[in-house]
Design a protein around this ligand. Structure first.
Ligand SMILES: *Cc1c(COP(=O)(O)O)cnc(C)c1O
Length: 344
């Protein structure tokens, strides 16, 4: 059976070029700082994001946690969106492992936090209050339709942070999707950020890993924290090699994923039983609502799956589809056909 797997861009398998690079990678003990392939990846990532230094970590979750642990101490507070990945999907690690207090403000439909909400959440110096240390921004914003947050917004958040002597962390798991969609460089989106994490293992297709970027001092501390979390890995150049191929070969093609997501959204908009606004789809993430019809949002994924089209239920009435490297324009047509058949 033909399979069109739209559950997530994390399902991407390494490209042939990645597998070759991984097999042939020059390696050393990275805890001793002796893995040349890891060092090369870290230099490339720092350069791409316009930061002094970078650190290869096991996952986006680890990258965010390491960053939070460096920026904030126990009892400190950080401000983040109530729909953010860090708040929703990272097991409350900031509190569980760092004693760091999350202060959520609403994410707007476009993934931003209203500036006045951020400012009113910042605590004055008062013995009753935790200290506000950090503002965390997600770009693209996964739960908000994969919205890219633009350069102006990112700059203003940075200005607010500096006014209150706070730091900015960007959860840029899909920052290159944002850059592609907005037609800017990723480094311009994070110019005001003290730290940024991005994932190699999503749309960029590498099998494992994320990178944290920041100042040399910040990365020095992040390296210590990564070791404390058990994330000091040895001949990890075999993984970093896939990341190097991701950064050299996989950035330009993200626009194809966005075009396929747009095509999917436009096709779905014409199908009875579904509600979707294609204009909200700006990157590779598509959300659709199931309206009252012969099926439900709980049943539909299974019905589609029995015809080879896979996507995820994402909460009341909502399904999620994500385009990626293995999805072609032809696959989108096939998926639309299956939707029509199941809902027809
Ligand atoms: C996937 C994702 C993460 C976490 O990455 P993992 O590698 O799955 O731990 C963090 N933030 C966002 C926005 C993500 O999409």
């Amino acid at each position: 059976m033909r399979i069109v797997d739209l559950r997530s861009d994390t399902i991407t398998r390494p490209t042939p070029a990645m597998r070759r690079a991984m097999a042939e990678a020059e390696v050393g003990d990275d805890v001793f700082g002796e893995d040349p392939t890891v060092r090369q990846l870290e230099e490339m990532a720092a350069e791409q994001l316009g930061k002094e230094a970078a650190l290869f970590v096991a996952s986006g979750t680890m990258g965010n946690l390491v960053s939070l642990l460096v920026h904030c101490g126990r009892g400190d507070e950080f401000i983040l969106g109530d729909q953010s990945h860090t708040f929703f999907y990272e097991q409350g690690g900031s509190a569980g492992l760092g004693g760091i207090h999350p202060r959520t403000v609403p994410n707007q439909p476009d993934g931003t936090m209203a500036l006045h909400h951020i400012e009113t959440a910042i605590r004055p110096d008062d013995i009753h209050f935790p200290r506000s240390r950090l503002i965390a921004v997600e770009n693209t914003h996964t739960r908000c339709y994969g919205s890219p947050l633009d350069v102006d917004y990112m700059q203003v958040v940075g200005q607010i942070a500096r006014r209150y002597e706070m730091k900015v962390h960007v959860d840029g798991a899909r920052i290159f999707n944002a850059a592609s969609a907005l037609g800017v460089e990723a480094r311009d989106l994070v110019a005001e950020a003290d730290s940024v994490t991005f994932c190699l293992s999503k749309g960029l297709g590498a099998p494992v890993g994320s990178v944290v970027c920041g100042t040399r001092d910040f990365i020095g501390e992040a390296r210590r924290v990564r070791k404390m979390l058990g994330g000091g890995m040895r001949q990890v150049g075999v993984l970093a090699a896939g990341g190097i191929v991701a950064l050299t070969q996989m950035l330009d093609r993200l626009a194809d994923d966005h075009a396929n997501a747009q095509k999917l959204a436009e096709g779905l908009a014409d199908i009875d039983g579904l509600s979707i606004d294609p204009e909200r789809v700006k990157t590779n993430i598509v959300y659709l609502e199931v309206t009252p019809c012969g099926t439900t949002w709980q049943l539909l994924p299974e019905q589609l799956s029995s015809e080879g089209v896979r996507l995820l239920a994402a909460g009341p009435n909502r399904l999620r589809a994500v385009t990626h490297y293995h999805i072609t324009s032809d696959d989108i047509e096939y998926a639309l056909g299956v939707f029509r058949e199941v809902l027809g």
